[in-house]
Ligand binder design. Structure first.
Ligand SMILES: [Zn+2]
Length: 142
């Protein structure tokens, strides 16, 4: 085995490990989470004396609009965990991209599938090689 392929294998192993990390993350929340403190406005409520109410708000941008929801009590911890997973996903993806760029700079072996072909051809081949989008389960008419 040449030095180049061995080095590439090491880097590809690293990429595979990063993909495993992605898969083990759990649910992701791509949104902003904000803790809010507020007065409810009811006279005589404890919030009037300074013991403010608290809740948590999730906002996300969707189709150019901002969607805002209030998290139900008891779901805050889960929301924060998903948010943290999203943050970690971005870190992992940044590492993965760096690893992929290392691979892309490595010389191609003649046995590699993409050896010495044009860009258009490589693109057509990549479409075939890439994992196809998962098909929606067909409705069974129940
Ligand atoms: Zn109140």
């Amino acid at each position: 085995m040449t030095k180049t392929t061995k080095r590439e294998q090491i880097v590809r192993t690293k990429a595979a490990q990063l993909m495993e990390q992605v898969q083990s993350l759990g649910l992701l929340l791509k949104a902003s989470v904000v803790r809010r403190r507020f007065r409810c406005g009811k006279p005589g409520c404890r919030c009037v004396r300074g013991h403010l109410h608290q809740d948590m708000i999730v906002t996300r941008k969707a189709g150019g609009r901002t969607q805002t929801i209030r998290i139900r009590q008891g779901r805050e911890t889960e929301a924060l965990a998903w948010l943290e997973n999203w943050r970690r996903l971005k870190q992992i993806l940044a590492k993965l991209t760096a690893v992929e760029m290392r691979i892309l700079r490595m010389p191609v072996q003649e046995t590699d599938p993409g050896y010495a072909i044009g860009f258009a051809e490589a693109r057509a081949q990549a479409r075939k090689t890439a994992r196809p989008a998962r098909k929606r389960p067909r409705k069974t008419g129940v």
